[in-house]
Ligand binder design. Sequence first.
Ligand code: DC
Length: 219
Amino acid sequence: MLNIAIDGPCGAGKSTIGKLVARELDITYLDTGAMYRAVALYVSERGIDVNDAESVRRLLPDIRITYAGGAQDKRIFVNGNDVSLAIREHRISKMASDISKQQSVRDFLIAMQREIASQSDVVLDGRDITSNVLPHAQFKFYLTADASERARRRHSELIAKGSDVDYDTVLRDIVDRDRNDMNRPIAPLIVTEDADVVDSTNMSIEQVVAYIVDKVRQG
Ligand code: DC
């Protein structure tokens, strides 16, 4: 199976780019961050603190994540409920980052991610895909951009969706989340030696997509 792994900090454009790369190559796209968000949403809706590792671990067997829709534009469901929009709420971002520190949650989701990658040609994006989920993927990319540029992009996205969050809050959250994701003891976000680092601060989406697709086509 063709496996393309993309990691990077929040707001680097991984999902936009991952989706377009998958469309160009006519393969499946899987946003693994959405899975952590879905678990965080489910746990918080049950009134459980996402940092309460034992209670979270006990809830995991009740969670069934499924998908519907196109290969590159799937909707994500938890126990039959479409949570595709709800998981994008600003408050879920920090909860997802916090819950992703727990080994039980990671084990639960990584098993699903590896299963999907073993059955289909996929672009997987996340924080530990190149280092941990698919260390033997044929293609590995680390996508990044300056924090201020990532905050600018994320802020416009949230405003377009009707949020009234201000830029400084988004920037602060991005810096906090980077720290959280890069410094956690389990599967932190790192640049692996064999990953191709793409800094998109001064690149358009189309340029990044073309760069990745070219690399894959050249083999
Ligand atoms: O990509 P995202 O912002 O939607 O991801 C939400 C959080 O999930 C992120 O802050 C860290 C966590 N995550 C992870 O730990 N491992 C992954 N493979 C993907 C996301």
